[in-house]
Design a protein around this ligand. Structure first.
Ligand code: NAD
Length: 316
């Protein structure tokens, strides 16, 4: 696995080891945390180091790679596109090259709803065309296309999982979300509750029932499980495929604030700020393909449950 010291990766390591899988984590710790992974599993390495990756695969032959390592902040990608293309595209290419060199033929790739840009329809199906509106989304679309060619030419089979809003924390409190800077709504709302510093709500004049943006929040443990099902399908010979990973239910920013207030028993201090450029009013997944093809279903579809796991981690 790459990027296993990060938020989603560290939760997936827990799920994999809980289910008896043997895991090696490659992470350069540029944005992750050493203490998020069992030190016995961690190899500190930048995925640009193709020869280093080849050595890891030779020392520890593996059946599949789950590729999380990337930079993930949309706003940063609008200021520094070069580091997004270098890390997310060239880094991925280095990884896939090392896989081909060592005969590792299965990959699960962390893609994103950002490949769809500002879709006009909701819920979003995988059949919509690529239309990213920022370098982050573009970097993921480019990597998906590289995987299409590696499938055709090198028979490297892959599942691209296009996540919607990953959220929540390990239900047993062993891991949680730690981005720096944090840009995701639930941890920002929880921080506002803890510090009393108001959080910005970007826009309340969208064409949605309460005027705030609607997103599809998927619990990180459910997301992790989708990766395991994807690996298992690939190992059984499934063809390459792309799937949305979301619950299919959207919540507005105001609804998330209300959920945080129910769970914490405290008021969320917030201010309404102008809209951010490039925020679609609504992003909700049609995850029917994932449910039908991989037999996935969310175990934590309830927003209060998601928030409660995140709050439990934030209190530690
Ligand atoms: N968090 C979300 O809501 C979300 C939504 C859609 C897609 N994704 C994708 O999921 C993946 C994981 O996201 P996350 O929230 O866990 O992010 P994260 O920043 O917490 O984790 C990313 C990890 O990758 C590592 N990394 C980055 N560049 C590396 C490199 N060159 N070599 C080795 N390691 C490197 C970082 O150190 C970090 O541990 C990313 O690919 C992201 O684009 C996340």
């Amino acid at each position: 696995m790459t990027g296993g010291a990060g938020y989603i990766g560290s939760h997936t390591v827990l799920q994999l080891t809980d289910q008896g899988y043997d895991v090696v984590v490659v992470d350069d710790l540029s944005r992750g945390y050493k203490d998020a992974v069992d030190p016995k599993l961690l190899r500190v390495l930048d995925i640009h180091d193709t020869a280093g990756l080849v050595r890891v695969f030779e020392e520890k032959p593996c059946d599949a790679v789950i590729h999380f390592a990337a930079f993930i902040a949309v706003g940063e990608s609008m200021r520094l596109p070069e580091i997004y293309f270098a890390n997310n595209v060239a880094g991925s290419l280095s990884l896939f090259t090392a896989m081909v060199k060592t005969g590792v033929k299965h990959a699960v790739f962390s893609s994103t709803a950002a490949v769809y840009g500002m879709p006009k329809t909701s819920p979003i199906s995988e059949d919509l065309p690529y239309a990213p509106i920022n370098p982050y989304g573009e970097s993921k679309a480019m990597t998906e296309r590289i995987l299409n060619w590696f499938d055709r030419i090198h028979e490297l089979r892959s599942v691209c999982l296009r996540y919607f809003n990953a959220s929540g924390a390990d239900p047993d409190g062993r891991a949680g979300e730690r981005h720096d800077p944090e840009t995701h709504l639930i941890p920002l709302l929880l921080r506002a509750v803890k510090t009393g510093e108001p959080v910005n709500v970007f826009g309340d004049d969208y064409p949605t029932p309460d005027g705030t943006c609607i997103r599809d929040y998927i619990h990180v443990t459910d997301l992790a499980q989708a990766h395991i099902l994807a690996v298992e399908a690939l190992l059984k010979g499934a063809p390459s495929k792309k799937f949305n990973v979301g619950t299919g239910k959207g919540f507005s920013v105001r609804e998330v604030i209300q959920s945080v207030e129910r769970v914490t028993g405290q008021k969320v201090p917030y201010v309404i700020s102008p809209r951010r450029e490039g925020d679609p009013p609504e992003l909700v997944a049609d995850s029917g393909r994932l449910q039908k093809t991989l037999g996935w279903s969310p175990q934590f579809p309830d927003l209060d449950q998601i928030v409660a796991t995140a709050w439990n981690f934030a209190l530690k």
